[in-house]
Design a protein around this ligand. Sequence first.
Ligand code: MC0
Length: 144
Amino acid sequence: MLSRIDHIGIACHDLDATVEFYKKTYGFTDAHFEVNEEQGVRECMLKINTTGDGAASYIQLITPTRPDSTVAKWLEKNGEGVHHIAFGTDGSDVQAEADGIAAGGVRVLYDAPRRGSMGSRITFLHPKDCHGVLTELVQKAPEA
Ligand code: MC0
């Protein structure tokens, strides 16, 4: 079951400057920095809330690490802003969730889950099948 908003992904040109804006303006905490070469992004997870069960939600700031990154392409076309929304599973298998959604005719972008932030398992749904929203499914790492 998809039970929470795991994060909202925001594309930006200057990661460090954007992180500072979010910290200074809203008082959020930069919980985690990571480079994900497969996805072509450097990212920062800003923790927004914790629910007591470890299922925090985050703002994820992402900037491209290379010109052929999907985020570089998106930034060039759209400029900075909300890039995707990510729904978290309640611990259920992310591929099983994706298979269930695919059965309804939505394109799942990966054949098998890939590595996401903080050791999570992720996949994406095509934005054209989701009313214009690039949608990510996240199964957080067991220890996260
Ligand atoms: C593209 N489109 C979007 C979009 N990206 N619509 C809404 N939100 C987005 N983020 C639209 C374009 O405007 C275009 O519409 C159509 O989709 C095709 O886009 P394209 O520019 O021709 O690009 P494609 O087809 O080469 O690739 C789009 C696709 C790709 C969504 C398949 O970006 C992709 O595979 N994304 C998933 C991976 C990803 O985004 N990784 C970065 C975050 P028109 O109407 O002009 O045809 S990694 C991440 O977030 C990890 C680290 C994590 O959370 O842990």
